[in-house]
Each structure stands twice: as structure tokens, then as C-alpha cells.
Design a protein around this ligand. Structure first.
Ligand SMILES: [Zn+2]
Length: 623
């Protein structure tokens, strides 16, 4: 996944208040044991009615045709994000009936779990679920569209989780079309109810979110595959031709780089909202991406960057998959130390693909990398939180303090840098004849294509040793598992670059904030003696507005074009309520890391650099 701390807010339950007495426009189609199905009957059948979309309520019926004894039903507590979000909190009015449509008792013995005693082989369990969490990590039903990550919508029975199941959508508004990321396929407007999907099991189903509504779409063919592009946005907010060109380039170079195309169809699903929105979620046969429409106006790079990252995930994490993810436990937070690789090194490759596709220049590639190094080195926590541990602690990311520079680093950030250093080390050892490309192809061949999961960091280390014939224990011990300072210039010398510092001036309001999942930015530090401190801004305060506009992280963007000394009106909320504070932006002298040429760059170093940035191996046969 990829998010940038600016996700849309979840406003739990607010839509229910005041509208509870409002009847749905259409009654939900009722499902009984004798209701017909369009698909071949499966042991578990889901029916989802969208009749009550104005109140964000989906009506779910689960029909079990082979039940006996006590039937257990679970609602996942997490999905998509490494955050326990207790989706059961949105579930209301759970009830069940038997083959004769007689009520069957439903007991809730623990949170997120229900029990139904089946008195007949067929049992129908029904509930309503409130869905108004937008974005690629959410589930939303409203008058305009529906987007479902199924794990946030559908209960499952542990006993039948791995068996075939079907999904049928009911009461879909007549003008809506449908596209999902694998299982259901697509249905044009007005015929959505004819689209019945089947999945091999719950894991496959929840990896295939669906979009319903009125959207734009186009397809393109390339190298034998069909790519579907679905965009829910104002058509004037983006340039479809440019988007298609970028996606054609990214998909072509990625498939070529991996020497593998483990799909015939792949779907890019975009939302470009005018307000909040930033992030992408990978799936085996597609990706769901949200980006702020205003960011698209100035450059295609943000959407190309997220798209490249998510597309590469179809290999790294969806198929080249760490053992710690399997089997997925939907009922509790999982422990994994592999995110530095599964997320961070996906970013390494994502940027390389942009360069390889000609979407960024070599200089841009190097500057983006230097900015990542600057970010890591500026956080004191890089001295006490390892790359592995930052992934293990992903579950803390909903807590503002966790984002402070003294508490955490990002596994995207350090993992992305480690991917670069690993690539350079492999190239050094083999004089450029082997690279990160060989490492990924080796892992694809030895794990993904054999249906095996890799043993975390150890599996990556073994892959690096296999493609170079040399030991990597020190690299993985010192830089992945431990917190040894990264000796950058030992790596960058191979491509004629060195890390240097340069003085920069930045504007600051006198305080720093962090934000997660669209919550208002929270103050995490206040500069001593600053105007912000004198104005009473304190750690823990929430920043609601800047100059009368909603505060969206990162706040720096909102005064990027301001001058030193200009005044900013800030709406702050603290324990006592809301108030306005005026602060002047002051300039801060600081330094930033840059990557520059070493004093004399040899032609050979330039050749190595060119191959490194574009992800190529250099000729020369076996190392
Ligand atoms: Zn990712």
C-alpha cells in the first residue's frame, strides 16, 4: 500500500443520527432459503442489497446451504491497513432464519464473533452494515457510488473460509456500472444485478474490491494482456490520454523487468476526489488508488508514482509473499518484520520503473533518493528503531506521538533506501552484471511461481547470496535488523556519487504536526520561545484550519509560496475548545542531504550509474 497521511476521515455513525426514522427509498430484496440464485450454488452465498444507499447502509444476507450444529461467524478486525479497526462496530441487527423462514437465535460470545445454531441445513444470516469510509482502504456506500473492500463488509465462517463462495449484488441503482478487481468482473450500467461472481474462498474474495457507480473507463492491450482503467472523478480533473500513456509505459517496463506476467487482466481503479485523498492499495489483479484532484492538475507524477508502486506489488507482496502474512489472521494484529522489503523495496523498484519508463529523469531519480536519505537522517529514531522493527510497529501508526522523529522511522523510507543499497552492493560485487532485478527474478522463481512464501529478511538475504555467490549476513544484521548508521558513500562510490550537505532555508510556524487517516494534524512539538508557544499552541492540540481552509497534512504545502514574516491564521482545537491563533512564519536555517558527483567520475562509473538507475544488468556473462 502507499499512503501519505492525508486520508479521508471516517465519521462513524454520524450519518445514522437524525435519519434513522427515514425509510429506505426501496425495500431491500429479502433472501430466504428458497430464493433463486443465478450462479451455480456454492456452500456460502452472499447477497448484498444497496437499496438503503442514501443512509450508507448495506443489507447483507449470507446463505449457508450445508450448515449443521453451531455455525460461527467472524467479522474481520483489520484489513488493507495495518490498523485494528473493528469493522463489527458498524454491524447492526444480526438475525437468522432457517429453511422454513423461522427465526434462529444468534449469540454474540465475543467481539466480532457470532454463533448461530443451525436446525436445518440451510440457514440465512442477515445484518445491516454502515459503510461511509472512503478511499482504497475503506468501504463506502452512498448515492453516488459504492466501493467495497469486502473484509469490511462481509462476515465469514472459519469453517468454510477456504471453500467456494458466490456474491450477488441486489437493488443496484439502474444507472450504475460495476467493475471489480478480479472475481466479479464487470457489468455495464443497468445490468449489474446480472453479474454474479464466485470466489475460490474468502481470501480471494477480499482481495477483489468492487466499484459501482457512474464512472469513466478505458482499456488497453499490451504484450498479450488487457489493462482496464476505471476512473471515478470529474472528467475535467485529469487527462485520460496522458494517464493511459503513463500506465502503458509503467506496465510495459515492469513486465519486461520481471520477465513475467502472472495475469491476463489487470485493473487500475482511481478516485480523484476534490478534497482529501491519497493512497493506494495493491491487489493480485488490480489496484485501488485515491489522489487529490488538485495534485493532478500540476503534474502526472504523483499518480504515476503511486501506480508504479502498486503495480509492482502484484509481484512483491501479493505473490512474492512473506510467510508471516500467511495464513491471514483477520481477527488480530499480525507480527511481521518484512515490511521494509514488501513496502520499502517496492518503492525502490517503483522509482526505478519511473526512470526506466522515461517518466522521470536520471537527475530526478537521484534527487528523490537524496530526499529520502534526508528524511531518514533527520529522524533521531533511526538510531534506535531498526527497519525490521518499524514494520513490526506499523500497528502504532494511528497514534500521533508514534510519528514523531524521536519515536519512529518509516519502513517505506528506510526500506526504500535499503533496496537501493542492496542493489548497489550486488552490483559492486558482480561489477554490474547482477542487480536487484536478478534478486527479484530469483525470488519470483523460487517462491512465487512455486506457491511458496519466503522466510522474511532471511529469504531476501539468501536470494542476495544466490545471485552473487557472496555472503550478505553483515548487511542484513547491521542495516536491516540493527540500527548501524548507513555508510552511504561506501555504496554510492560505485556509481560516482557521494552524499553531501547543503544549507537550506525553510519556513516554519514554530510547531510540528503529524496526521494519520485524515484526522486533523496533531501538534507533536513546539519550538521553545516561538510565537506559536507564546500563542498557547501546545503538544496534543489539533490544527483544524489554516487561513480559513481545512488543515491538510503536510501543512508545509499550505505556506510553500509564502514569504518569511507573513502571518498565518490557525484554527486550533484543544481541551478547552476551539480558538484562532496568528503566527508569523519564520525562516529556519538547516541543512539537507544531496547526492552529487564524486570529484572525478570515470566513464565506467557513469556506465554503472546509467544501468543502476534504469534497473539494467551490465553485459559480461556470469560474474
Ligand atoms: Zn505499498
Amino acid at each position: 500500500m502507499k499512503y501519505s497521511g492525508k486520508l479521508p476521515a471516517t465519521i462513524l455513525g454520524l450519518g445514522l443520527l437524525g435519519s434513522a426514522a427515514t425509510a429506505p427509498l426501496r425495500a431491500a430484496t429479502s433472501v430466504t432459503c428458497s430464493s433463486p440464485v443465478r450462479a451455480q450454488p456454492r456452500p456460502t452465498e452472499y447477497f448484498i442489497s444497496l437499496a438503503d444507499n442514501t443512509r450508507h447502509l448495506a443489507h447483507v444476507s449470507l446463505r449457508f446451504s450445508q450448515a449443521s450444529g453451531t455455525l460461527t461467524l467472524n467479522m474481520p478486525v483489520w484489513n488493507a491497513l495495518y490498523q485494528v479497526r473493528d469493522f463489527a462496530a458498524h454491524v447492526a441487527n444480526v438475525r437468522a432464519t432457517d429453511a422454513g423462514s423461522r427465526p434462529v437465535p444468534v449469540l454474540s460470545r465475543q467481539n466480532s464473533q457470532w454463533e448461530v445454531v443451525a436446525t436445518t441445513p440451510c440457514v440465512v444470516v442477515e445484518y445491516d452494515i454502515y459503510l461511509d469510509n472512503s478511499g482504497p482502504f475503506g468501504a463506502q456506500l452512498d448515492q453516488e457510488h459504492a466501493f467495497f473492500n469486502w473484509a469490511m463488509v462481509l462476515m465469514y465462517s472459519p469453517a468454510t473460509r477456504s471453500q467456494a463462495m458466490s456474491v450477488q449484488l441486489l437493488d443496484v441503482p439502474a444507472t450504475w456500472a460495476m467493475r471489480d478487481l478480479h472475481v466479479l468482473g464487470e457489468a455495464p450500467a443497468g445490468r449489474v444485478e446480472n453479474a454474479v461472481g464466485t470466489a475460490a474462498g474468502y481470501d480471494q474474495l477480499v482481495d477483489s474490491p468492487v466499484e459501482l457507480g457512474v464512472f469513466q473507463r478505458f482499456d488497453f492491450q499490451q504484450d498479450g494482456a488487457t489493462y482496464h482503467v476505471v476512473v471515478h472523478a470529474n472528467p475535467s480533473d485529469y487527462d485520460a490520454a496522458k494517464l493511459e500513456d503513463a500506465l502503458r509505459r509503467i506496465t510495459r517496463v515492469a513486465v519486461d523487468w520481471m520477465g513475467d506476467r502472472p495475469f491476463d487482466e489487470y485493473t487500475f481503479l482511481y478516485h480523484f476526489p476534490r478534497g482529501h485523498g491519497a493512497g493506494g492499495m495493491e491487489h493480485a489483479y488490480g489496484t485501488a488508488i485515491d489522489l487529490n484532484a488538485e495534485r493532478l492538475n500540476s503534474s502526472l507524477l504523483p499518480v504515476a508514482s503511486v501506480s508504479a508502486h502498486e503495480f509492482f506489488h502484484l509481484w512483491n507482496v501479493k505473490r512474492i509473499r512473506p510467510q508471516s502474512f500467511e495464513p491471514i489472521d483477520y481477527q488480530r494484529a499480525i507480527d511481521t518484520r518484512a515490511l521494509w522489503f514488501s513496502e520499502g523495496v517496492t518503492s525502490t523498484v517503483g522509482d526505478m520503473l519511473l526512470a526506466r519508463a522515461g517518466l522521470i529523469s536520471d537527475r530526478q531519480y537521484i534527487d528523490r533518493l537524496a530526499a529520502e536519505i534526508d528524511e531518514l537522517q533527520a529522524r533521531p529514531a533511526h538510531r534506535w528503531q531498526s527497519a525490521e522493527d518499524s514494520g513490526l510497529n506499523a500497528w502504532f501508526e494511528g497514534i500521533a506521538y508514534y510519528h514523531t522523529p524521536q519515536r519512529s522511522i518509516s519502513y517505506y523510507n528506510k526500506g526504500g533506501i535499503l533496496g537501493v543499497l542492496l542493489d548497489l552492493r550486488i552490483r559492486q560485487i558482480t561489477q554490474g552484471r547482477r542487480s536487484l532485478r536478478d534478486l527479484f527474478q530469483w525470488m519470483n522463481h523460487h517462491y512465487a511461481r512455486k506457491g511458496l512464501f519466503f522466510p522474511g529478511s532471511l529469504g531476501v538475504e539468501q536470494a542476495a547470496e544466490a545471485v552473487t555467490g557472496q555472503g550478505f549476513a553483515d548487511f542484513f544484521h547491521d542495516y536491516v535488523a540493527d540500527v548501524r548508521e548507513l555508510p552511504y558513500n561506501d555504496f554510492f562510490g560505485f556509481v560516482g556519487l557521494q552524499l553531501a550537505e547543503t544549507a537550506v532555508r525553510t519556513l516554519t510556524p514554530g510547531f510540528a504536526t503529524s496526521s494519520f487517516l485524515g484526522s486533523p494534524p496533531e501538534v507533536t512539538s513546539v519550538d521553545p520561545g516561538s510565537e506559536a508557544e507564546r500563542g498557547g499552541i501546545a503538544v496534543g492540540d489539533r490544527i483544524l484550519e489554516i487561513n480559513g481552509r481545512p488543515a491538510v497534512a503536510p501543512l508545509e504545502n499550505q505556506w510553500a509560496r509564502s514569504r518569511e514574516g507573513s502571518s498565518v491564521k490557525i484554527r486550533v482545537a484543544d481541551r478547552r475548545g476551539g480558538r484562532n491563533v496568528r503566527v508569523k512564519l519564520s525562516a529556519r536555517e538547516t541543512h539537507a542531504y544531496i547526492l552529487e558527483d564524486t570529484p572525478s567520475v570515470t566513464p565506467q562509473q557513469r556506465t554503472h550509474r546509467e544501468a543502476w538507475i534504469h534497473g539494467d544488468d551490465e553485459p559480461g556473462g556470469q560474474p
